[in-house]
Design a protein around this ligand. Structure first.
Ligand SMILES: [Ca+2]
Length: 371
């Protein structure tokens, strides 16, 4: 999901050696837009449960979404937003069509927004959960189902097709799981909610711009609870910046058109600085007494230097002899997996700030391309 706050993650968090370091490190991987409240909420969780119990016992019906507002407050908020959208140039017709059916915030969206993972996944668990044998097999199937479009997109945007297919697989399981929430309704809810209101208010306005341009109907504009849309899970702002019409029907349709989805993803990566003569990185084997102060994206060293420090390919062979700079990441700490990552890894981080996400996409792309 592009620049989108992540949804809740599954909570397998196994305790491997170095897990504590991994958790601290992983915290850095949570997109900045969600990190602070996630940690704050963790601390507030017990207090909130107690509060809600007390409220319920006292006989009040207190849905989180409406805890701080009444129906009339919501109506006047919506009226204020309509005025803003009108002055931003959204047509009256679109405003009516998109907002007249919105009567109240969706409590389940606020619930999901506030839901806390019980523990944080290690990178290893994260990747294992997302790079399944089935997803690899389906990725290969997509490679052979869309050779012409993948070829065209690859040529035009200079992004290798295996990465586009991998992104597609990670984001929506090749279009199977785009989310089933009306995007306008979820964005209204999150914009009205106090927590990150200003951010989602802008995204809501962008969603109306997309509707106003006629790219998609309101009914078909579906996405995740947090507003990430279509098969590549673009937030509305990413849609406006990066999504493209590849199949030439004059509509940018990332919900139904595979060519539009692939080209939009490729355009995003190209604009993030993708280099099609390089890969994303590779898993590596570290020497026994490796100096972990060298790990992290801030340190960039030539491959030859990593080679002399004793870093090897995962199969023990020497590193490639190319003149490339790489960073070494080991998010689970000593004993966990380690990777040398190149510039394309940073392009994947522009898509989603999580290193685990970028490793999952890279690993899936490797597996899809294997013979
Ligand atoms: Ca199109």
């Amino acid at each position: 999901m592009v620049r989108a706050p992540v949804g809740s993650t599954s909570n397998k968090g196994s305790r491997v050696p170095g897990a504590r370091r991994a958790i601290l490190k992983f915290a850095e991987d949570i997109p900045l837009t969600v990190r602070p409240w996630k940690w704050l909420n963790f601390k507030m969780k017990s207090f909130r449960s107690l509060f809600l119990t007390v409220v319920t016992v006292c006989g009040f019906s207190a849905l989180p979404a409406l805890a701080k507002g009444t129906a009339s407050e919501f109506a006047s908020w919506l009226e204020d937003f309509r005025a803003e959208a009108r002055s931003a140039g959204i047509s009256q017709k679109t405003l009516e069509m998109a907002l007249s059916g919105v009567k109240e915030p969706l409590p389940q969206v606020v619930d999901l927004d506030r839901k806390q993972p019980e523990s944080v996944q290690t990178l290893e668990d994260y990747v294992t959960a997302r790079v399944s044998e089935k997803r690899i097999a389906n990725g290969r199937r997509m490679m052979s189902r869309y050779p012409t479009w993948l070829g065209r997109v690859e040529d035009q945007y200079e992004v290798q097709r295996r990465f586009l297919v991998a992104l597609w697989g990670i984001e929506s399981n090749y279009g199977e799981n785009m989310g089933n929430v009306q995007v306008v309704q979820s964005l209204v809810t999150l914009a009205y909610d106090k927590r990150r209101g200003p951010y989602f208010r802008k995204e809501l306005l962008n969603a109306l711009r997309i509707l106003d341009a006629g790219h998609i109907s309101l009914e078909r504009m579906k996405g995740s609870w947090a507003g990430a849309m279509g098969q590549c899970q673009f937030m509305p702002s990413s849609f406006l910046h990066y999504a493209v019409d590849a199949d030439g029907d004059r509509r940018i349709d990332i919900w139904n058109s595979v060519p539009d989805v692939l080209a939009s993803a490729a355009n995003y990566l190209a604009r993030a600085g993708w280099k099609d003569d390089q890969t994303w990185g590779r898993p590596v084997r570290l020497p026994e007494k490796f100096d972990y102060s060298l790990a992290g994206l801030d340190t960039r060293l030539p491959l030859s230097r990593w080679q002399s420090l004793g870093v090897r390919r995962i199969n023990g062979r020497a590193l490639p002899r190319r003149d490339l700079d790489a960073s070494l990441i080991a998010p689970d700490g000593p004993g966990g997996p380690a990777y040398l990552v190149y510039d394309n890894f940073r392009a994947l981080l522009a898509w989603n700030r999580s290193s685990s996400f970028a490793v999952a996409v890279g690993t899936l792309s490797d597996r899809i391309a294997e013979d």
